[in-house]
Ligand binder design. Structure first.
Ligand code: GLP
Length: 234
C-alpha cells in the first residue's frame, strides 16, 4: 500500500482527483465510485477540474434497500448531486435498491461489473473497517450481495437522516471479491474516528474481521489520509 499523507480532506480530495485524471489519461474507461461523507471533497475537485467522463462508465459500490433514485437519501441521489449532474458519464450504474428480486439484482450487477472491468475504484472506510457495505465477517470471495447492516454502521450513517430509525437496515453491496478485481484502488480516510480502522487495515493481520485488511493483498492501493486518520501509523 502506498500511503499519501495530506493536510486535510480538501487536499486529499485534490490528490484523489489527480489520480483520477492520471487514470483517465492512461486509458481507464470504468471508474468505481463510493458515497458517504469522505469522497465529497474528491467529487468537488473533479467537478472543479478539466476531467471529462463523457466516454467513461461508472459503477457505484452500493445502495440502500428500499430507497429509489428519487429519495434524497439514496446513494443514486447523492451521486447525482455531487458528481453526475456536473460531470456526466456515458453510463452510470448503481445497484437498484427497489428491485423486487434482490438476488436477481445482485446477479445483474455482477454481470455489469464483468462487462465493465473497473480500472480505478474509490473507497472510503467504515469505523469498523468495512468497505462498500461489506461488514466484518464478509467472505473475501464475496460478489454483489444483500447485506444486513450492523448497529455501528446504522449509527454512523444516521447523521445523513432525520432520525436513526429512518436508516435502512439492509443494502446491496459489491462484494470484497468484486472490489479486489479493480486494477487500482484509492481509499480515503479523514478524521480521528477512522484512525483505528486505518491502523488495523495497514498494520493488522489480514482477516475477514477487518474487511479493509484484504487490501494488503492488492498490488496497487493508494491510501490518502490526514494526520488524524493516520495517527496509528508510524
Ligand atoms: C458507508 C458506505 C461506505 C463508506 C462508509 C464511510 O457505510 N457504504 O462506502 O465508506 O459509510 O462513510 P463516511 O465516508 O461517511 O465516513
Amino acid at each position: 500500500m502506498k500511503i499519501e499523507l495530506v493536510t486535510d480532506a480538501t487536499a486529499g480530495g485534490k490528490k484523489a482527483a489527480e489520480y483520477f485524471l492520471a487514470a483517465k489519461q492512461d486509458g481507464v474507461k470504468t471508474f468505481g465510485l463510493a458515497t458517504g461523507g469522505t469522497p465529497v471533497t474528491t467529487y468537488a475537485a473533479l467537478v472543479a477540474g478539466e476531467i471529462d467522463f463523457g466516454d467513461a462508465v461508472s459503477l457505484n459500490l452500493d445502495e440502500y434497500v428500499g430507497l429509489g433514485a428519487n429519495d434524497p437519501q439514496s446513494y443514486a441521489a447523492y451521486m447525482q448531486a455531487h458528481l453526475f449532474s456536473q460531470k456526466p458519464f456515458a453510463a452510470s450504474y448503481l445497484p437498484n435498491g427497489l428491485a423486487s428480486d434482490l438476488a436477481a439484482e445482485c446477479a445483474r450487477y455482477d454481470q455489469l461489473v464483468a462487462e465493465n472491468p473497473i480500472g480505478l475504484q474509490l473507497l472510503g472506510i467504515g469505523e469498523n473497517g468495512h468497505i462498500g457495505f461489506n461488514e466484518p465477517g464478509t467472505s473475501f470471495d464475496s460478489s454483489t450481495h444483500l447485506v444486513n447492516l450492523t448497529e455501528s454502521t446504522i449509527k454512523a450513517n444516521a447523521r445523513f437522516f432525520a432520525r436513526e430509525n429512518q436508516v435502512p437496515r439492509q443494502a446491496l453491496s459489491m462484494g470484497i471479491g468484486t472490489i479486489m478485481q479493480a486494477k487500482q484502488i484509492i481509499l480515503e480516510a479523514y478524521g480521528e474516528k477512522k484512525a483505528a480502522a486505518i491502523k488495523a487495515m495497514v498494520k493488522g493481520p489480514v482477516t475477514e474481521a477487518v474487511p479493509a485488511s484484504v487490501l494488503q493483498r492488492h498490488e496497487n492501493v493508494i491510501v490518502i489520509v490526514d494526520p488524524a486518520a493516520a495517527a496509528g501509523l508510524d
